[in-house]
Design a protein around this ligand. Structure first.
Ligand code: F6P
Length: 362
């Protein structure tokens, strides 16, 4: 009798922890009597004829997968946009790719944009594919889950970088502005700022007063501290500094924004105080790094539970990590709400304020 078969793919921007999900899914699938096919380059692998995949095995899914960043099956952010096909054509091609591989289920690991694409293209018109989703993004902005895979490693990588920046800021008595990723959400900035002892944390969710930022920087020097660290989320704007917004995906109107480098702008503002300033944009370094222990644990849970859902014929679900437990929510329900953003009531925001960090006008 031939083995039952599950496909797995990674979609959208990569992060550390994806491979730990794939490894766990492989082990669980094998135990339950499934083959696991890694679909290459996200949905692109299913759109291609013949579909592009790798049959995962013990050699590929060895223990180094627990710690290795990136995706061994590659990821793609533009499969739909660049296919040049109509939405109906894409839907039919995806179904045909799924059938050609004789899949019994498909695990889609992705962020908010990928989730919308899955909801729109794979669960529709009563022709639903047996799909389950796993939340992934360093931005941690997927709703309904406390954590998405990749966020915790990304914070750790950024904090390590800021530690290195702090020593040189101290030696040269400078203010250094560090720009971190996160798209429209300030979770990375807030977590990195607190963990690295920053003096100012600017996030897109909260308005700030540049004069108060300058006052805070000056106080770091007048108080005798002698240096200042500012963490700024990439999507923060200023009255005279706006980012360019453009749509890249016709199917789900997913917004892609070109961030223009707010850290440089803030560093220039600080120079007006007479204090020497520098800026650093951490950029894609935050998407790599040895997978943190927490992401290894989370990835292992997500991988195992994703296969369990398919084995239980419980399709159309997004796995969520809530209060230290795995829960599920219908993908169709999950995509109805906007992305998660940092709230004024977030415990970390409260802690930052009590630590004397300037976090904006809240
Ligand atoms: O969504 C993850 C993320 O790393 C964001 O934090 C960042 O703005 C974006 O992706 C960068 O995307 P790209 O790799 O396409 O430049």
């Amino acid at each position: 009798m031939s083995l039952r078969r599950i496909g797995i793919l990674t979609s959208g921007g990569d992060c550390s922890g994806l491979n730990s999900i794939i490894r766990a899914a492989y082990i669980r699938a094998k135990t339950l009597g499934y083959e696991l096919f890694g679909i290459k380059r996200g949905l692109k692998g299913l759109l291609t004829d013949p579909p592009e995949y790798v049959a995962l095995n013990d050699d590929i899914c060895n223990d180094s997968m627990l710690t290795t960043a990136g995706s061994i099956i590659y990821s793609d952010t533009r499969a739909i946009k660049e296919s040049g096909r109509s939405v109906d054509e894409i839907k039919s091609l995806l179904r045909s790719g799924y059938k050609k591989l004789a899949l019994d289920g498909l695990i889609c690991i992705g962020g908010d944009g990928s989730l919308k694409i899955v909801s729109e293209l794979l669960i529709c018109n009563g022709q639903d594919l047996n799909v389950v989703s796993v939340p992934k993004t360093i931005d941690n902005d997927v709703n309904y889950t406390d954590l998405a895979i990749g966020f915790q490693t990304s914070v750790e990588v950024a904090v390590n970088a800021v530690d290195n920046i702090t020593s040189t800021a101290r030696s040269h008595e400078r203010a250094i502005v560090v720009e971190v990723m996160g798209r429209g959400a300030g979770f990375i900035a807030m977590n990195v700022g607190i963990a690295s002892g920053a003096d100012v944390i600017l996030v897109p969710e909260f308005k700030y007063d540049i004069e108060k930022v300058k006052a805070k920087v000056k106080s770091c020097f007048s108080s005798g501290k002698g240096y200042c660290i500012l963490i700024v989320a990439e999507s923060v704007e200023a009255d005279d500094f706006k980012h360019d917004k453009n749509y890249v995906d016709d199917v789900v109107k997913y917004t892609q924004i070109t961030y223009k480098g707010i850290a440089r702008h803030i560093a220039n503002e600080i120079k007006e105080t007479g204090i020497e300033s520098r800026y650093v944009k951490l950029g894609h370094v935050q998407r790599g790094g040895k997978t943190s222990i927490n992401d290894r644990l989370l990835g292992s849970m997500f991988g195992v539970e994703a296969v369990n859902l398919i084995n239980n014929h419980d399709y159309g679900k997004l796995l969520c990590y809530v209060n230290n437990k795995i829960e599920t929510i219908d993908i169709k329900t999950a995509v109805k709400n906007p992305n998660k953003t940092l709230s004024k009531d977030d415990p970390y925001v409260n802690i930052a304020k009590q630590l004397g960090v300037y976090v904006g006008e809240i």
